[in-house]
Design a protein around this ligand. Structure first.
Ligand code: NAG
Ligand code: NAG
Ligand code: NAG
Ligand code: NAG
Length: 455
């Protein structure tokens, strides 16, 4: 009985391989990058290529593989049931069972999966005006987890989901194709087990334009020594417990090392922002420069009206901490550029928003009472990039909301350009100050109010 099955199985495999061989010549079994090159070549070079026929043939092979697999599995199950008989018989039959399972079914299954993963364009419409509707980019990637991730997901219960769309498109930024190697490395993990300690790879991808990143199905590591955070009445103005930070990917290994006095602290922007005695002075004590506005003066412009806002900059959350004391909730943008900015803000009991300049802000139109910005957008920024960012800020600010540009600096000769950028929206000027920074550079601070926009 078993022998017949095996012979039968062998025959089916032979037939399958023969038909599969035909597809090999069409390039569908090439490895790695060749798959996509070949795939696109098919699309570009053979516009008259009969994709419909190819689809049908691949379907055919898939069905053959399916039925072969179930036949073989059934035969193994039968052998399993007659195990006692088998043991009485020759040892070679047991070996054949193992052979079937390990040498035939498993590779067959793998081949089946591999074949299933080739996403062929689906054909819509008839004859001459065929539209090739291909799910974007899937064949560009080899790592299975990315392919699974970006395959659009249909609703399980009805044709459209609660967004009213037919599919959910998990996206990865298109610039990911520029960092394919890193992205594949990032998505190469065992599902359900621990991720590598690779947040810096993730951040590198984001900064390289692979933003937003795909979600991952592995468990993020945490510090072995994680302690309870300090209570809220203490956490705002205390450097957090260093044991709550995973230091392995920073130049420093503890908070003391991040001091502005240490030339090897590993970060450039906002040196000194890990020293609370310095931080405590910001926005509450007079400085000699007219560009430094105080929080209490700014809030007096709109008493009681400023409740929520965004702090767009680099820092440890001190602006949000001060505003919290004024009962204003501020979300602080934070990237971990050489130091644990996000962790620190969170451990202080404030909200870090892990976000690059690449993205549209995740807030709805006309929602924020205030945007405060310091320490990130300076004279380096491309004017067109700045323009897009300013329009996005304008979008999320509510009418009557305040834009606080704090210590923007640029070279003296560029000042007019930047002033034009900031003033183009015709916001009401509450405060406006310019001070020299150095021989060639100037500081600019402004407090501007978005006008009503009734159209
Ligand atoms: C395509 O042609 C088939 C018959 O060949 C027909 O049943 C079907 O409705 C046609 N589809 C469209 C979109 O015209
Ligand atoms: C913070 O609050 C806790 C109880 O809520 C209290 O025991 C502790 O003394 C407070 N700490 C400070 C610095 O006020
Ligand atoms: C800060 O400066 C203002 C005037 O600009 C003055 O009224 C106030 O007393 C000063 N505060 C301190 C603490 O020096
Ligand atoms: C913040 O809110 C608390 C509780 O409502 C209140 O006691 C406190 O005076 C407020 N602080 C400020 C600065 O308005």
């Amino acid at each position: 009985m078993g022998w017949i099955q095996i012979v039968l199985g062998g025959l089916v495999i032979f037939v399958s391989l023969c038909s599969l061989f035909r597809f090999y010549t069409a390039g569908f079994f090439l490895n790695n990058e060749d798959i996509c090159r070949q795939f696109y070549a098919v699309k570009e070079d053979y516009s008259s290529f009969d994709i419909r026929a190819l689809n049908a043939q691949i379907d055919d092979v898939l069905n053959q593989l399916d039925s072969l697999q179930s036949k073989l599995e059934l035969s193994v199950q039968t052998m399993e049931k007659n195990k006692v008989d088998l043991q009485k018989g020759t040892v070679s039959r047991l070996e054949h069972k193992r052979y079937l399972e390990e040498e035939v079914i498993r590779p067959l299954y793998q081949a089946h999966i591999a074949l299933r993963q080739i996403r062929l364009p689906s054909i819509e419409g008839n004859s001459t005006e065929e539209v090739v509707k291909e799910d974007p980019l899937i064949n560009t990637f080899i790592t299975e987890e990315i392919r699974k991730y970006i395959t659009p997901k249909t609703s399980r219960v009805s044709k459209t989901n609660f967004y009213g769309t037919e599919k959910i498109y998990n996206t990865i930024g298109h610039a990911c194709v520029l960092m394919k190697k890193e992205l594949q490395e990032y998505m190469d993990y065992d599902i359900g087990s621990y991720c590598r300690d690779d947040w810096n790879l993730a951040q590198k991808l984001m900064l390289g334009g692979c933003d937003p990143l795909p979600r991952r199905r592995c468990l993020t590591r945490a510090s072995k020594l994680y302690q309870r955070p300090y209570p809220i009445n203490e956490s705002l103005w205390k450097i957090p417990d260093g044991r709550n930070v995973r230091w392995s990917n920073y130049q420093c290994r503890n908070y003391e090392c991040l001091s502005s006095k240490n030339p090897k602290r590993g970060y450039i922007k906002c040196s000194g922002c890990f020293e609370m005695d310095k931080e405590k002075l910001k926005w509450v004590t007079n400085t000699s420069l007219p560009i430094d506005f105080l929080i209490k003066h700014v809030l007096k412009v709109k008493p009681g009206e400023i409740r929520i806002g965004l702090d767009f900059g680099v820092g440890t959350g001190t602006f949000a901490a001060r505003m919290r004391e004024e009962n204003v909730t501020i979300v602080s943008t934070a990237l971990n550029l050489g130091a644990p900015f996000s962790e620190t803000i969170a451990l202080r009991g404030l909200i870090p928003l892990y976000l690059t300049l690449n993205q549209r802000l995740p807030f709805f139109d006309n929602t924020m009472d205030m945007i405060h910005t310091t320490g990130i957008l300076d004279g380096w920024i491309d004017l067109q990039l700045l323009d897009f960012i300013l329009f996005d800020w304008d979008r999320i600010l509510r009418p009557g909301g305040l834009l606080w540009i704090d210590r923007f600096f640029c070279s003296r000769k560029d000042l007019d350009d930047f002033m034009y950028m900031f003033l183009q929206f015709r916001y009401k000027k509450h405060k406006w100050a310019i001070s020299p920074k150095s021989k060639d550079e100037v500081y600019l601070s402004a407090l501007l109010e978005k006008p009503p926009r009734s159209l």
